[in-house]
Design a protein around this ligand. Structure first.
Ligand SMILES: *[C@@H]1O[C@H](CO)[C@@H](O)[C@H](O)[C@H]1NC(C)=O
Ligand SMILES: *[C@@H]1O[C@H](CO)[C@@H](O)[C@H](O)[C@H]1NC(C)=O
Ligand SMILES: *[C@@H]1O[C@H](CO)[C@@H](O)[C@H](O)[C@H]1NC(C)=O
Ligand SMILES: *[C@@H]1O[C@H](CO)[C@@H](O)[C@H](O)[C@H]1NC(C)=O
Ligand SMILES: *[C@@H]1O[C@H](CO)[C@@H](O)[C@H](O)[C@H]1NC(C)=O
Length: 266
């Protein structure tokens, strides 16, 4: 996923330098990024879902709340050369030890110029955008056909949630066989956006054989979602508290899937 940070982080149209931006991201996270942007890691048992177009990914297992994760010290993963940092975590309480060898990682990267990442789906980015990559690695699924998902929370604008849009495109040499670009748009002009290819991967490096569909649910206002008490987060978000949430789910019961290599990246 990439997006204009100006909206998400409450900046005006004067974009900060990428390095300043990265510093800010680091200060805000994990409260800002992890607390605001994603809330739960979802897992579904898709054993009985035979239809790939089914409305539900399967029977939900109890979700993992990201608020109950312990995260690495971000300072150690800060890389000024690539303007990136990785938040890696696992549940603090893990009685069934599903994360004994596993972790969930969020890698944030800012860009100083327009380019495409080396990893698929190679979405074009510009200098004032940043990218979020999510990787689930090594966690034990709770069933044989577990599909994972993320519940994502984001800020609305005024009383409205951002609008979700699907763009269809002809084949693109950078993302073969992926004919769609999904995006969230804030405002009608719009004042901010986030966009992604609806694809995740069950192997590293990602490729066509390991591509999983990524489905987004409609956005709903998420009432009663309290802001963390961090003064930094307050400074970013002000008193704004109109959150919206949606679910992303990765894969289909027919596979390929996380179960192949206990690996998922988006
Ligand atoms: C799947 O279907 C079988 C047979 O109908 C049933 O016994 C099982 O409980 C179902 N599993 C789930 C997760 O729904
Ligand atoms: C994180 O690591 C840096 C340097 O490696 C250290 O200065 C800082 O105190 C650490 N922060 C926490 C919360 O452990
Ligand atoms: C974690 O990895 C170790 C070493 O590979 C293995 O012995 C152990 O069974 C794994 N634990 C779980 C819960 O997967
Ligand atoms: C997973 O598959 C194995 C072998 O097919 C089976 O014995 C086991 O009961 C299955 N586990 C679940 C949770 O469905
Ligand atoms: C996401 O999925 C979980 C499990 O099905 C559900 O409890 C939750 O309400 C969903 N969230 C949204 C925003 O749709």
């Amino acid at each position: 996923m990439r997006g204009s940070v100006e909206h998400s982080w409450g900046w005006g149209h004067c974009a900060p330098s990428p390095l300043l931006l990265l510093t800010l991201l680091l200060f805000a996270a994990p409260f800002g990024l992890l607390g605001e942007k994603t809330r739960q890691l979802l897992e579904f048992d898709s054993t009985n879902v035979s239809d790939t177009a089914a409305k539900t990914p399967g029977t939900p297992y109890p979700p993992y709340s990201l608020a109950d994760f312990s995260w690495n010290n971000i300072t150690d993963s800060l890389d000024p050369a690539t303007l990136s940092a990785t938040f890696q975590g696992h549940p603090m309480n893990d009685p069934t030890r599903t994360f004994a060898n596993g972790s969930l990682a969020f890698r944030v990267q800012a860009f100083s110029r327009s380019s495409r990442p080396a990893q698929p789906p190679r979405l074009l980015h510009t200098a004032d955008t940043c990218q979020l990559e999510v990787a689930l690695v090594g966690a034990s699924p709770r069933g044989n056909r577990s599909l994972f998902g993320l519940e994502v929370a984001t800020l609305g604008q005024g009383p409205d949630c951002p609008s979700m849009q699907e763009q269809h495109s002809i084949d693109d040499e950078y993302a073969p066989a992926i004919f769609q670009l999904d995006q969230l748009l804030w405002g009608s002009l719009p004042s901010g956006f986030a966009q992604w290819r609806p694809v995740a991967y069950s192997q590293k490096p990602g490729g066509r054989e390991s591509a999983l569909p990524c489905l987004a649910s409609p956005l709903h206002p998420a009432l009663a979602y309290p802001l963390p008490q961090s003064p930094i987060v307050r400074a970013f978000f002000g008193s704004q508290n109109n959150f919206c949430a949606f679910n992303l789910t990765f894969g289909a019961s027919t596979g390929p899937g996380y179960w192949d290599q206990h690996y998922l990246s988006w």
